[in-house]
Write a protein that binds this ligand. Sequence first.
Ligand SMILES: [Zn+2]
Length: 554
Amino acid sequence: MPHNVLVTEFVHHLHRTGLLDVNVSQGATPDEPLSPAIKAIAADLFKITGDSSFKAISEWTMIGQAQSPQLQAAIEFLTKPRCGNPKGKQSPLSIQTFGTPSGRWSRGVLTYSIDPRGCNLAAAQVTTIIDNVFAQWQAVTPFFSFSRVPSGGDILLAFAGAETDSRFGAKSGVVATGAPPEQGRIFFDNSETWTEPLLRSVGLHELGHALGLTHSNDRNSVMYPIDMTFAAIDPESQDALRMLHGWAPQVPLPDRATSDRPSLAYTGSVGLFSASYLLHMVWKGSRDDQGIYESSLVNNVWTPQEKIHGIGSTESPALTAILTGDGTTSTALLMAWRGVKGDQGLYWSTTRFGSWSPQAKVGISASSDRPALGVYPGGIYLAWKGIDGDQGIYFSTFDGNDWSPQTNMYGVGTSASPALATLNGVLYMFWKGVEGDSNLYYSSLDAGPKPIWQPQRKVAFVTSKAEGAAWQYPGTTHGPSATLRGNRILLAWKGVEGDQGIYFSLFDGNEFSGQIQVKDVGTSQGPGVCTFGAFTHMAWKGVEGDNILYWSTL
Ligand SMILES: [Zn+2]
């Protein structure tokens, strides 16, 4: 095929897929310059697909430089079977990793039916393939239990033509769509020549949508919008579904109560041939009880609460792990808290030398709320809100013996307690805005020789809906809680005024996944989170009027 025809066909496919504005035209004669818009799209497509033909196209300046093999490869890629669901963010090339554009299933026991009419494969074969698709997703999380019914059901799968979706009715291109929860509709293009591998792969992808997942920009993901013919669900997509539906049902801990929220941290006892780890929980007592209590998780049961003698606070303490200093990687607890009623000074104690050390003051620091502790390569950090009437955020570092003089974090403020977590050697701080501002903010601190906090940014994420994408700003009445989970930070918080729900989002250092509400739980104070081994643990006080503690794992 002459290469000017290929140029025209390539541009046609860019228009058809919605990647290039239909008003942008491109001449095909050799002396014609290649449109900067097309060069930019090709560069983005190379980033997303890794396909070298797009890299070559992005580097051409004139049509005369165009090469037929690259154009043919690019056209082949653009005409691969792909999903017809909206791509995600404003830019058609920037695909949300995963999230929950339209919520999640409120129940996990679901039925489905398949109408194989219109498919070129035998009905029995279609059923076998789709049954396998459901079985694979069911194996990901105990939340779901699927059973097939002859017709109807919660999720309907059918083969349809252009009368159902105008993009159907031709081979390749858009071959299927999957509606988000709880619509339960999956359509396959009846003009496609379906094979067992293609139907399984596209089925896995569309059921992922039907269960609440959006697209991934990782071509190794079954949620990648262009079909890569997968036979199984990749780990990223499995994790995404567990995030959506994976919190275990809450376990009430009625032997303990608080008027704040608990804090969690784990310690490790590392010997030459073995290591054992223990998850700890600390909290302030209920109402007028300013005592601080502790408990640990042994054989998946929380030990009876024990009061830590000689200390007290109006709020719960902050908790983290610290090296014992015996030359091993064994850790002990480091705890920090504000004083009792009338005493806004900050105190600390550690179990480095066995039992809790006598309380000591953190310099001249003072706070009206609970402080936050974080460990990162640059040291141990303590961060806190100022005293009553002071919404500034302050921090201090610990050298193993004492705390540095407090430093004010310039230009930021909060009405609550901040949270700290470390990702890839970078310390992140998250906090609620000042009085009247329910937004969540964050900043990061590099472990450089002269570390400085980056300007604050608002916690935000993009939701994609059929009618377009929009930025969402989650809100809270209390300080958030943060913990490292895998290669992301899990940030959890209570909802805004009047909303006692618990929400969480995952932050990869660049962007937040959509916020996900934890099912069937509520708090008046916000949760405490800590990842321990394969699970993220969360503990919280109940809703207004309910002061006992609850616990769940993800
Ligand atoms: Zn899709």
